[in-house]
Write a new protein. Structure first.
Length: 75
């Protein structure tokens, strides 16, 4: 596994974690905790920001978007 692949997996996991956390906080908000709404907003912004970053990483791979194997010199 390459480092970039591991990075993408970790960022994807963080996105899922923020979505789940936001869902839990929505439950707290519906239970009467008004500060949970701020937590939901921060979780939503964080998940969207990480999703945009993951998209950028996915598109801008090393070598200008081409697969790494095609950019190596054959020796």
């Amino acid at each position: 596994m390459q480092l970039l692949t591991a990075h993408k997996i970790l960022i994807g996991t963080a996105i899922v974690m923020f979505i789940v956390y936001g869902g839990v906080e929505i439950g707290h908000y519906l239970g009467g905790d008004t500060t949970a709404l701020a937590h939901v907003a921060v979780a939503a912004v964080s998940s969207v920001a990480l999703a945009l970053y993951l998209r950028w990483v996915w598109i801008h791979r090393p070598g200008g978007g081409a697969d790494d194997r095609t950019n190596r010199r054959r020796g």
